[in-house]
Every structure is written in structure tokens, then in C-alpha cells.
Design a protein around this ligand. Structure first.
Ligand SMILES: Nc1ncnc2c1ncn2[C@@H]1O[C@H](COP(=O)(O)OP(=O)(O)OP(=O)(O)O)[C@@H](O)[C@H]1O
Ligand SMILES: [Mg+2]
Length: 230
């Protein structure tokens, strides 16, 4: 069985002005290729911190992250950036769109980095699927929170990443758009065997996933399959 995502004893300590926060206290998980995983748990339990480390966006204090047979924190900065662009799509909890660029430009940015000639066509198509065809030339400040969130999702999936990591991708959406986004994610998961890991507070979203991991106080408490939580 191939695990496309594996972490071993991942710990993260944040130091802030004399204060020390142990956000992750030793997380070891194994996720199969093609899995659709929800990470649930109370606010502050470490979901975002864990996803940032899984996506190579933040560095663990200790521990190992192996994505698709690559130990990502052994790569240098340039190699890691390339690995991320080619293999990982990331949807941030707070979107992080580029403020000076339109919805379409934000969406196609990762595809342009990859020199994809069909970037614009793909971007328009994705934004249409996400019901944003009337907003493609708007800048983030001219979009609602939910619209920005959908642009962030389009940007994360434009390169058809092997692994999609999404931090509360439906956190700002109404139930119709939540269902729409879930359908898009489920289709990508099925069609491309894309491995998807998302954090959510929404029981409906979690119920649509294949595996649920519960976080509490910087630890993963349990999953619905013994195989996946070691
Ligand atoms: N950059 C940072 N510096 C210091 N402490 C941090 C930092 N980022 C996160 N933390 C702390 O680490 C803990 C975990 O935060 P994290 O954002 O991972 O939680 P979360 O589970 O994603 O919460 P939410 O459901 O509210 O998004 C919290 O106690 C938080 O205050
Ligand atoms: Mg969070």
C-alpha cells in the first residue's frame, strides 16, 4: 500500500515574547493515495499549523514529512518551491490572494509558473465551475469572502496537484456553494485519484470525506481507520 503522505512525530513550538505554545505535540499519520481526509477539532487544536507543515509552507520544530516519497524538509528552498508548485495545491484559511491581481490572474498564477499554455482557458473554466464567471476581472477587495475563497480554491487546483491541502475551504460559504465546492473536490478525487486533506468544522463536509482525523491539543486523537492513525 502506498502512502502518499506520511508524517513522523511532527512537533511545532511557537515562541512569542517569552511565551511558548506547543501547537503540535508529535503527529504521525499515514494517508493513502486517493484518500479524501477531513481533519476536525476545536479552534486552536493545531489544524492549520499541521496543514501548513504538510504543505511545506511552515517548518516543523521536529519530525519528518514525506510526500510522494520525498522528504520535503530535506529539500533546499528552491527545490521545495518547485516541488510545491508541481505537486501540492494549497487553500489557505484566509485565502491569501494577491491584492493587485484580478480573480482570473490570481487563479492562473501557479499555471503560468509552470508555463502552461492553457492557463487562461483553464482558469476561466474553473471560475465558471465555481460560479464566478461574472467576477473574473474583480480584484480580491471587490469580492465577498466566499467569492475570494472560491478563487483560492480555483488557484489551488489549476495545476491538478497530486495532493490538495485545504484549510476550511468552505468556511465562508453558504450551503449551496459548500455543496458545489464539495462536488468539485469529490470529482477531482475520483477522476484524478487526487489525495485531498481538508480541515473543517462542518459535520456535513466531514461526512462526505472517506477518513476523519480528530485533533485535540496538538495531537491527533483518532481516525475512523486503524490503518491510518498510528
Ligand atoms: N505564528 C504563531 N505564533 C504563535 N502561536 C501560534 C502561531 N500560529 C498558531 N499559533 C497557536 O498554535 C495553536 C494552534 O493554532 P492553529 O491555527 O493551528 O489552530 P486551528 O486548529 O487551525 O484553529 P481554527 O479552527 O481556529 O482555525 C493555537 O494555540 C495558536 O494560538
Ligand atoms: Mg485554522
Amino acid at each position: 500500500m502506498k502512502f502518499i503522505v506520511e508524517t513522523r512525530n511532527v512537533r511545532k513550538v511557537f515562541y512569542t515574547e517569552g511565551d511558548k505554545v506547543e501547537a503540535l505535540k508529535g503527529i504521525s499519520v499515514q494517508i493513502k493515495q486517493g484518500d479524501l481526509v477531513a481533519i476536525m477539532g476545536p479552534s486552536g487544536s493545531g489544524k492549520s499549523t499541521f496543514l501548513h507543515i504538510l504543505g511545506g509552507i511552515d517548518i516543523p520544530t521536529e519530525g519528518t514529512v514525506i510526500l510522494d516519497n520525498t522528504e520535503i524538509f530535506k529539500l533546499n528552498e528552491k527545490q521545495l518551491a518547485k516541488f510545491r508548485n508541481q505537486n501540492i495545491g494549497f487553500v489557505f484559511q484566509y485565502h491569501h490572494l494577491l491584492p493587485e491581481f484580478t480573480a482570473l490572474e490570481n487563479t492562473i498564477f501557479p499555471a503560468l509558473l509552470k508555463k502552461d499554455k492553457n492557463a487562461e482557458k483553464k482558469g476561466r473554466e474553473l471560475l465558471k465551475q465555481l460560479s464566478l464567471e461574472h467576477r473574473i476581472n474583480h480584484k480580491p477587495s471587490q469580492l465577498s469572502g466566499g467569492e475570494q475563497q472560491r478563487v483560492a480554491i480555483a488557484r489551488a487546483i489549476i495545476n491538478n496537484p497530486k495532493i490538495l491541502i485545504a484549510d476550511e475551504p468552505t468556511g465562508n460559504l453558504d450551503s449551496e456553494n459548500t455543496k458545489n465546492v464539495l462536488n468539485i473536490l469529490k470529482n477531482l478525487n475520483k477522476k484524478f485519484n487526487m489525495t485531498i486533506i481538508l480541515a473543517t468544522h462542518d459535520n456535513f463536509v466531514a461526512s462526505q470525506c472517506h477518513t476523519i482525523l480528530y485533533m485535540k491539543d496538538g495531537l491527533i486523537q483518532s481516525g475512523n481507520s486503524d490503518e491510518k492513525v498510528k
